[in-house]
Design a protein around this ligand. Structure first.
Ligand code: HEM
Length: 120
């Protein structure tokens, strides 16, 4: 059995940064959520998303952003928007040739975060 961390199997920091870039750019094109990101600082959001994924998958980086509840409070994010964001992440993982098992592990993590993000 392969026991390396999800972080290592995703390919480490540079690969995760590239993945976060694709995710952000897909959000900006996705009609279900693009209005949420019109005023975003692209580099900053990509950096924080990359840190979040690195730290959350077993990488040595620390995450310097807000916790998920504080980051999304007051946005009243809907179920539909949540699904749209997860769809973009799946599409990005496919574009980056991330393995099936790694995609499933990412989905489990994303699903577990749902109560910290929806309708706050
Ligand atoms: C799928 C799980 C999600 C994760 C892991 C996630 C992660 C993050 C992270 C790490 C940040 C940066 C926090 C900071 O500024 O310190 C953030 C900000 C944000 N998220 Fe999420 N998010 C998720 C879902 C969503 C959804 C469904 C929406 C709604 C479309 C959304 C909209 C936003 C917006 C608008 C920001 C602020 C961007 C900015 O600063 O310009 N997020 N999110």
């Amino acid at each position: 059995m392969n026991s390396s961390s999800l972080y290592e199997r995703l390919g480490g920091e540079d690969k995760i940064h590239a993945l976060a870039t694709t995710i952000f750019d897909l959000h900006r094109q996705n009609p279900a959520v693009r209005n949420r990101y019109v005023d975003s600082d692209r580099d900053k959001v990509i950096r924080l998303a990359a840190e979040f994924i690195c730290a959350g998958t077993g990488g040595p980086q620390s995450y310097t952003g807000l916790d998920m509840v504080s980051a999304h409070r007051g946005m009243n994010i809907s179920e539909e928007e949540y699904v749209a964001v997860v769809d973009d992440i799946v599409q990005a993982m496919q574009q980056h040739d991330i393995g099936e098992r790694e995609q499933q592990e990412m989905l489990m993590i994303l699903w577990s975060l749902k109560p910290e993000i929806l309708r706050l």
